[in-house]
Design a protein around this ligand. Structure first.
Ligand SMILES: [Zn+2]
Length: 392
């Protein structure tokens, strides 16, 4: 095995990353671009491992360097995963500060920023300065959907690595060999996820995710009257909120508990003494604790909002997939449909409506996604979407 094995259907990119890890065309700033699910962060991680690899052929996957990078524990590789809606100036400054440190080993100090499109303008400027005058052994790996998502001043200083949507066959093969998924499930998941590797894996291995997708694909057949539309919006939002709670509640509680423990809640601070100075120290510590707690709550709220948007976006992507298939049937496009499990409903809708109305429905979904991303009220936005999907 090599560290590049997880990069599905990206042979050309793998070759150029291997070369760079050998020193050919190596540079201080890289931009990994590609559609959602094409594996931008997977590619960046593999490259980071190859840069720390001790083998003659970089990226062996078995040496300590490769192993620790993949496990996320290498001292000279930092992964930045923005969990909130944006990355601000303060965070960027801290990052640049750490990037300037010399690596502890003989290799590179590697900074991987996933979702670099979430850098605020101010944060991007801080980063730009660091990229313009990089420390001798520092490498920045930035991941964004497309190069246009970053200001041109940063973009122009990066070597761009463009990933493409992998072919369904490549995804099927990966699910079978790496995840041990049976052929039927692998083919279903690869088709239903339209080349989104992470989504395919989730659908293939997680029944709850398959059930949620099936519920979304039943929506178009349910929109019989206004009441049904409002019910569908409500049910969809409830399902998304339940999914988000499942993803975040446990994490939130663990973080809060460990922060409280760090501040010695539960009595150790009172052990400082009963004199006046002791009381002052205790008061100071408790102020610090409550402000740290407030900051944590802010970060958790921002993460929950982000997670909700992502989950809604996944559901709307599935819904758009349904209407895209309807359009394929209406246009006799000669393209395979993705959601074969709903073929009967799609065929019926294709016969009883026009391609124009299908296009209007697809537009409505797209507009809904844009509105939700701009912080519109989710329930109201979904209700108006369902009404538009009914009217066509
Ligand atoms: Zn190695």
């Amino acid at each position: 095995m090599t560290v590049f094995d997880e990069m599905i259907g990206q042979q050309r990119v793998v070759e150029s990353l291997r070369e760079a890890a050998r020193g050919v065309g190596m540079t201080h700033a890289w931009l990994f671009t590609g559609p959602p699910g094409s594996g931008r962060s997977v590619a960046a991680k593999a490259f980071a491992a190859a840069l720390q690899c001790a083998a003659a052929e970089p990226g062996c996957g078995v040496c300590a360097g490769c192993h620790t990078v993949l496990a996320g524990t290498h001292a000279d590789v930092e992964f930045v995963r923005p969990q909130g809606l944006s990355v601000g100036v303060k965070e960027a400054r801290e990052l640049v500060g750490r990037a300037a440190l010399s690596p502890s080993g003989r290799g590179w100090q590697v900074m991987v920023i996933e979702d670099a499109d979430r850098l605020t303008e101010g944060a991007a400027n801080v980063l730009l300065k660091a990229i313009e005058e990089p420390a001798a052994r520092t490498v920045w790996l930035l991941c964004v959907p497309s190069a246009e998502d970053l200001v041109v001043t940063i973009r122009s200083r990066c070597r761009v690595v463009s990933l493409r949507t992998p072919a369904a066959d490549d995804v099927v093969a990966m699910l079978q060999t790496r995840d041990g998924v049976d052929e039927t499930t692998a083919e279903f998941a690869a088709r239903a996820s339209a080349g989104h590797v992470g989504r395919a894996r989730r659908l293939a291995t997680d029944k709850a995710a398959r059930d949620r997708r099936a519920a979304v694909l039943r929506i178009p057949s349910k929109l019989s009257d206004v009441g049904a539309c409002l019910d569908a919006a409500d049910a969809l939002l409830k399902s998304v909120n339940a999914e988000v709670a499942e993803l975040t509640t446990e994490l939130d509680e663990a973080e809060t508990a460990s922060l409280k423990e760090a501040f010695g809640e539960g009595g150790s601070a009172t052990g400082l003494g009963r004199g006046q100075s002791g009381a002052a120290i205790t008061r100071g510590a408790s102020r610090a604790a409550s402000s740290a707690l407030k900051e944590l709550e802010g970060r958790q709220k921002s993460r929950a909002t982000r997670t909700t948007r992502d989950a809604l976006d996944r559901a709307l992507t599935d819904l758009a997939g349904f209407y895209r298939d309807v359009l394929v049937l209406q246009l006799n496009a000669g393209v395979d449909i993705a959601n074969t499990d709903r073929a009967t409903e799609m065929q019926a809708l294709a016969e009883n409506s026009s391609p124009e109305s299908t296009l209007r429905r697809l537009d409505a979904i797209l507009e809904c996604r844009v509105l939700l991303d701009a912080n519109a009220n989710p329930l109201l936005t979904l209700e108006s979407l369902m009404l538009r999907l009914r009217d066509g």
